[in-house]
Design a protein around this ligand. Structure first.
Ligand code: PSV
Ligand code: MN
Ligand code: MN
Length: 424
């Protein structure tokens, strides 16, 4: 389904006067509101193809109805999201969950919704039917060269799919690790991983990047071979300039200062981008901003400061992607909420009085530094985000519009109630 512009306009019209009042009130106190709006309007966050169905925990999956049954229907769903928020103009594929059999047709369909393809993701954490060697004991780090070779070839195949789609990055997440002390020789595992990644790196086109993700545990519970940003950074450094570290917000132990990691990776030109999500304990699938929006704001503070210091374009300088999928919400609503949360944090970071903050830091005025940060954080910037969306033809309130336009009901009537999304 296509969400027609006039329908979004109709829904917007019901809330426009309230919005204008709220927008004027917040805009009044912002030095260069046009610059903020321009940045918000050009900011996009990629949608992962695996988040469009109700995800599962390993204990159960509860389909909500109208789930996409094919890659084409997933593209359609991202089209719905982008029509409503005008901030999700790309889709990230996980292969082999979503194989673009006919890349030209898939690209053309995506273009009809104003979409393109973001990073392609390889999958060597599951065995696929017909596969010769098992990944039970890992993939790129495996003790057996034949298993490593199979995993390397899979990654090279994923790059080939990505080339057909005009993707520009390969995202690698390995579940490789160990469950028990003594199971693994850490140094050999790391060395094997490096050598495998070097072969994959050699297959990257000139204008491509490889993004190396880390995760401290799960599915392995004793060690993960790329377990933290240090290990990822080490690999990325040894690989070369096309390699960088991908930060998935949920892949940190509780209490980790993620914003500091982000700041230093950015300083070293080794920050690839993000997988956004939120978590309360050790999870990585909750809606962005649902648990700790302050942390998200602090991360964006570092991003805006660090990217500006390096003269980077906020919209295109890094990879921005959501990586979250749960089993109790409508996935489209979940994704719309996540994108809104990211844009809110970004807007708050944009309105920080940076000159005053710099001076407070220089003078070691700790209390003032906190006041400056929290002044921005406590500003209700939602009217700014809504105004940016409106100026692009999107909805003032994407989740509200999605409900008013009864989009899920439409999808159920088209696809049926008992559908289960392909892939994850
Ligand atoms: C692993 O937890 C991860 O964050 C990786 O990015 C995967 O590719 C993705 O989730 C989907 O399982
Ligand atoms: Mn991830
Ligand atoms: Mn994850």
């Amino acid at each position: 389904m296509q969400v027609e512009n006039y329908k979004i306009d109709e829904v917007n019209n019901t809330g426009i006067s309230k919005h204008q009042r709220q927008f004027e009130s917040v805009a009044e106190d912002i030095a260069d509101v046009e610059a903020v709006l321009k940045k918000l309007s050009s900011f996009n966050i990629a949608i992962p193809s695996w988040a469009l169905g109700t995800g599962g925990t390993r204990f159960g999956r509860f389909s909500g109805g109208g789930e996409p049954r094919s890659l084409e229907e997933k593209i359609e769903d991202v089209g719905v999201i982008h029509a409503l928020n005008q901030s999700s103009n790309s889709i990230s594929l996980h292969i082999p969950w979503d194989i673009p059999e006919n890349a030209a047709a898939v690209k053309e369909l995506a273009a009809q919704y104003g979409l393109h393809f973001d990073a392609v993701n390889s999958n060597t954490f599951q065995d696929q039917s017909g596969q010769k060697h098992s990944y039970k004991f890992g993939s790129l780090h495996h003790t057996d060269k034949a298993v490593r070779k199979q995993a390397i070839e899979h990654n090279i195949e994923v790059i080939k799919y990505g080339i057909q789609l005009n993707s520009k990055a390969l995202s690698v997440w390995l579940s490789d690790g160990s469950n028990f002390p003594g199971q693994l020789n850490f140094r050999n595992a790391f060395q094997n991983t490096l050598e495998s990644l070097q072969e994959i790196y050699a297959a990257l086109p000139d204008d491509w990047k490889v993004w190396v993700e880390y995760k401290p545990y799960e599915p392995n519970f004793y060690s993960t071979t790329i377990g933290d940003w240090g290990q990822s950074y080490l690999l990325a450094s040894k690989l070369g300039p096309k390699a960088a570290t991908l930060v998935d917000l949920g892949h940190h132990l509780q209490g980790t200062n993620i914003e500091q990691i982000v700041s230093l990776l950015l300083m070293e030109n080794k920050l690839a981008g993000f997988h956004f999500n939120d978590s309360k304990y050790g999870d990585d699938d909750l809606t962005v901003g649902s648990i700790n929006p302050y942390q998200l704001f602090l991360i964006f503070n570092e991003l805006v400061e660090g990217m500006d210091a390096r003269g980077m374009d906020h919209a295109t300088g890094l990879g921005w992607m959501i990586d979250a999928s749960h089993n109790v919400k409508d996935p489209i609503e979940d994704l719309l909420q996540s994108v809104q949360a990211i844009k809110i944090a970004y807007a708050q970071a944009l309105i920080i009085d940076k000159t005053a903050l710099k001076a407070a830091q220089y003078n070691n005025d700790v209390a003032l530094a906190q006041e400056i940060l929290q002044q921005a954080y406590r500003t209700d910037v939602r009217p700014l985000v809504a105004e940016a969306s409106l100026s692009n033809g999107g909805a003032l309130d994407p989740v509200g519009a999605y409900r008013k336009l009864k989009i899920r009901e439409h999808l159920i009537s088209e696809r049926g109630l008992k559908t289960v999304a392909t892939g994850l």
